[in-house]
Design a protein around this ligand. Structure first.
Ligand SMILES: [Fe+2]
Length: 130
């Protein structure tokens, strides 16, 4: 699996792109750890880092939306909250030993982020450019 931010992922908004690059970096870091057989504690630590960074990034996007009275705010915020809930659930289950984070989980995270960036975030960036 290759987890790399590429130019095609750019939504054309510098600050948002920078945040997205960092999100990808954390997910790539997760993959390296899992591939190297990192312990559950290390994995859940990196997942927590992902959750924290994602929360900050979503917050920045949401503030931009509010400031510019973006009509797509509700659905976009709902998508952000859903992702954070999912991550929190994953971390809890990992901590009580109910699940292990494997390649399939990573793929799930990566797909969510990639789809979100190419869908709702691209729409938002297009709006902000107008
Ligand atoms: Fe977003």
């Amino acid at each position: 699996m290759s987890i790399e931010w590429s130019d095609e992922m750019s939504v054309g908004h510098e600050a948002i792109d920078r945040d997205h690059q960092h999100l990808f970096e954390i997910i790539a870091h997760l993959e390296t750890g899992i591939a190297a057989g990192a312990g559950e504690q290390t994995v859940s630590h990196t997942l927590a880092e992902l959750a924290e960074y994602a929360r900050g990034h979503f917050d920045r996007e949401e503030r931009l939306m509010l400031r510019h009275r973006y009509r797509g705010y509700d659905i976009h915020k709902w998508a952000h909250d859903g992702f954070l809930d999912e991550l929190a659930r994953m971390i809890r289950r990992l901590e009580i030993g109910e699940v292990a984070i494997d390649q399939a989980t990573l793929l799930l995270l990566l797909n969510w982020v990639a789809n979100h960036v190419n869908g709702l975030d691209r729409e938002l960036a297009n709006f902000l450019r107008q």
